[in-house]
Design a protein around this ligand. Structure first.
Ligand code: M6P
Ligand code: ZN
Length: 190
């Protein structure tokens, strides 16, 4: 086992970028095809400009339970049809690993799902949200500014995207009559 031996510090820039980061993930709409409920709206957004939806700036760590991975996410403001921009969402490969989210700027929801149950926790600057072991998690930007948050999770947690790609989340977050609305997931429409 090779644990990190020396303390270190990281900085979060004004735009949410973690510095230094050892890996950066940029996800466009085409990287999450089939995840928004309105297939027609997704097709036209892809044809128009395939928007950048979010970026993750991560400081990678050895994959041990005793280590903690730190990362920031910058989730853009926008919608596909009436559904707000969101992250892909995942379970941890090691299902019994938890995670903490800390809101830095912007507003949104953290959707959590387990065994068909779903919760939508508000994300606000200064708010801490706890993802318990065994819960899938996805963030949604419901505001006009980027939603920026910091996440911390065990080094050996891993990401399981396949389950969410297949089953989706029980709930989705939409704008209806100008209001942020959490609604049952109708699966794909149009
Ligand atoms: C948070 C953490 C990361 C995750 C990121 C984007 O920052 O949970 O581990 O990668 O959100 O979410 P996703 O991986 O589901 O696209
Ligand atoms: Zn996670």
């Amino acid at each position: 086992m090779n644990l990190t031996e020396r303390p270190f510090r990281l900085d979060v820039a004004d735009d949410g970028e973690l510095r230094p980061a050892t890996s950066t993930v940029r996800r466009r709409l085409s990287d999450m095809a089939g995840m928004y409920h309105d297939a027609e709206a997704e097709r036209s957004a892809l044809a128009a400009d395939d928007p950048l939806v979010y970026e993750v700036f991560q400081y990678d760590m050895p994959a041990f339970a005793g280590e903690l991975v730190v990362c920031t996410t910058v989730l853009r403001a926008g919608k596909v049809g009436d559904e707000f921009f969101m992250t892909k969402g995942h379970y941890h490969e090691q299902r019994d690993r938890a995670e903490v989210y800390y809101g830095l700027s912007g507003r949104g929801r953290l959707l959590l799902a387990k065994d068909g149950e779903c919760e939508a926790v508000p994300m606000v600057p200064g708010g801490v949200a706890y993802v318990p072991p065994y819960w899938a998690h996805r963030t949604v930007n419901t505001g006009p500014e980027p939603l920026v948050f910091l996440a911390v999770y065990p080094g050996d947690a891993g990401h399981d995207y396949g389950t969410i790609e297949t089953t989706g989340f029980p709930q989705i977050v939409l704008e209806r009559a100008g209001e942020v609305t959490v609604a049952p997931n109708p699966a794909r429409t149009r």
